[in-house]
Design a protein around this ligand. Structure first.
Ligand SMILES: Nc1ncnc2c1ncn2[C@@H]1O[C@H](COP(=O)(O)OP(=O)(O)OP(=O)(O)O)[C@@H](O)[C@H]1O
Ligand SMILES: [Mg+2]
Length: 237
């Protein structure tokens, strides 16, 4: 079964060691939650997987292929999609145009329609707003659109950076439920970076806690959620 393997990954920004010897694997059909405080190195980890920053040391492999020497474009073509923090959508375009743009490089004009309808099936509020400009969407709808844009390329690995940031708890709960179902139904490898440990652990199978750039916990999500001491110590709840 194809897995995403991170091995001994170290990333520095000049003198700042953002990640040191990070290793873990993420499996198909599973959500791997990456947790940790501000500045722990979570965003850097996702950026290193997509090739936006180059590791000083270590490897990233997907399905046996080494990604860390490839160009960003090639990594995307290998099926890795990255939804950065901040619900990035193109504001001046409609919901439908945003999704079409996401599918542009991957599918012919004729194929794009059905692929986009699938996204509307996943996120019904987007279907109702398909002709609205993205700048008229609520925070939750924007996040759905940002994720939808990543999904229209039919990725195998989906990297999400703090998708619940700034969303109301009920909106977060719905989004997490969609992610959980989608991961299983599409056999995706999902790496979910969140400060909201409680909600991400509720849908994750595996959990990786990063502290000051190092992995301090790598275990079953349920085990971490059930360990009061670890939770208090690293996750603050
Ligand atoms: N472009 C950069 N140049 C220099 N230092 C950086 C850069 N980006 C991040 N850092 C530093 O690297 C460390 C890890 O940052 P990173 O953004 O990966 O953390 P994070 O876990 O995503 O934090 P947050 O929860 O605030 O999003 C921090 O000390 C940060 O200040
Ligand atoms: Mg971050």
């Amino acid at each position: 079964m194809p897995v995403l393997e991170i091995e001994d990954l170290s990333v520095s920004y000049g003198a700042v060691h953002a990640l040191t010897d990070v290793s873990f694997t993420a499996a198909e059909g599973e959500v791997t939650a990456v947790l940790g405080a501000n500045g722990a190195g979570k965003t850097t980890l996702l950026r290193a997987i997509t090739g936006l920053v180059r590791p000083r040391k270590g490897t990233v492999r997907y399905d046996g292929e080494q990604l860390d020497k490839m160009s960003v474009e090639k990594i995307v073509r290998h099926g890795v999609a990255h939804v950065p923090e901040g619900r990035s959508v193109i504001e001046e375009m409609t919901v439908d145009e945003n999704l079409r743009l996401g599918a542009l490089w991957r599918f012919s004009r004729r194929q794009r329609g059905p692929v986009i309808e699938e996204i509307y099936g996943l996120f019904p509020p987007l279907a109702e707003r398909r002709r609205q400009h993205a700048n008229t969407l609520s925070g939750g709808e924007r996040q759905m659109l940002a994720i939808g844009r990543a999904l229209v390329s039919r990725p195998k690995v989906l990297l999400l950076d703090e998708p619940s940031l700034g969303l109301a708890p009920i909106v977060t709960a719905r989004l997490m439920a969609v992610l959980r179902d989608l991961t299983q139904a599409s056999n995706l490898i999902v790496v979910l970076v969140e400060q909201n440990a409680r909600s991400s652990l509720s849908i994750a199978q595996k959990a990786v806690v990063i502290n000051l750039g190092r992995v301090v916990v790598c275990d079953d999500a349920a085990k971490l959620a059930g360990d009061t001491e670890l939770r208090h110590h690293y996750l603050g709840y």
